[in-house]
Design a protein around this ligand. Structure first.
Ligand SMILES: C[S@@+](CC[C@H](N)C(=O)[O-])C[C@H]1O[C@@H](n2cnc3c(N)ncnc32)[C@H](O)[C@@H]1O
Length: 246
């Protein structure tokens, strides 16, 4: 069972990461070290206590956003994604992360040197964690056939990990028309001329209609529009969004 976060525990994890031969572990250790140098981690521990006192088991429960207090696990998860997508220290650019959650990907990207901005709907865990890490966000609910807000700046990358904005409150999945509108809005209003879109689609079960992941419909749709789609892990990569510009 996950334990409360402690400074000793984080330092121990960093030393395990740095000694590991697995490619994503040393970068995770270095990023966690940077976080411990940059943020007051005793305040992080207080924040965790505020949300989890008496119910630390929620850190292990996939159904609760409190799981995102498991800093080691989620940083590692996002370091793997960042490496898989080619985000590296030498590159530059700014990133808009849709459905940013607790901000772990934004933290990794910031540590690598990218500019980062998030977008999400309000949530007590996400609001407190992104405030703690001083991550800038726009609070906004993405809806089918509605444009994203004007951010006052264009982004080199839009990312969206374990997406759920494409599922309505009635559990209906977006279909081709909803995605076409969204891609066109991103290309026209949000991304720079050579901007890229990287997403990881969530495997939503019990949804109705739309482009289902398991049946291969989502894969067929994204590939027909020029993206690569990985059926095993749901990674969608658009390296060129210019064809969607209005
Ligand atoms: C499964 S969580 C993933 C969080 C984060 N991307 C990560 O990988 O750790 C899905 C995220 O999408 C956000 N979300 C869900 N519906 C949304 C909507 N309609 N508009 C914007 N964000 C939404 C949730 O609040 C949450 O942050």
């Amino acid at each position: 069972m996950a334990n409360p976060t402690t400074i000793d525990g984080l330092e121990h994890y960093i030393s395990q990461c740095l000694a590991s031969n697995e490619p994503h572990m040393p970068p995770t250790g270095r990023i966690l070290h940077w976080i411990m140098q940059t943020y007051a981690m005793d305040r992080y521990i207080e924040l965790e206590r505020k949300h989890l006192e008496g119910r630390y088991e929620l850190k292990d429960n996939q159904d609760y956003n409190e799981k995102f207090f498991n800093l080691e696990f989620w940083l590692n998860n996002k370091v793997k994604l960042a490496m898989m997508l080619g985000f590296v220290r030498a590159q530059t650019g700014n990133i808009l992360d849709l459905g940013a959650g607790a901000g772990h990907f934004m933290l990794v990207a910031r540590c690598l040197g990218y500019g980062v901005h998030g977008l999400d709907i309000p949530d007590p865990v996400f609001d407190d964690l992104t405030d703690f890490f001083n991550l800038s966000r726009t609070i906004h609910r993405i809806r089918a056939f509605e444009p994203l807000p004007d951010f006052g700046v264009k982004f080199d990358f839009v990312t969206a990990f374990y997406t759920s904005f494409h599922v309505s409150e009635a559990k209906a999945l977006w279909g081709e028309e909803e995605w076409d509108y969204f891609l066109s809005d991103l290309a026209t209003n949000v991304l720079t001329e050579h901007g890229k879109l990287y997403m990881v689609l969530n495997r939503h079960h019990h949804t109705i209609g739309g482009l289902q992941y398991a049946s291969g419909e989502a894969k067929r749709y994204f590939e027909a529009r020029g993206a690569s789609f990985h059926q095993n892990n749901g990674v969608v990569k658009f390296e060129d969004m210019s064809r969607f510009r209005r």
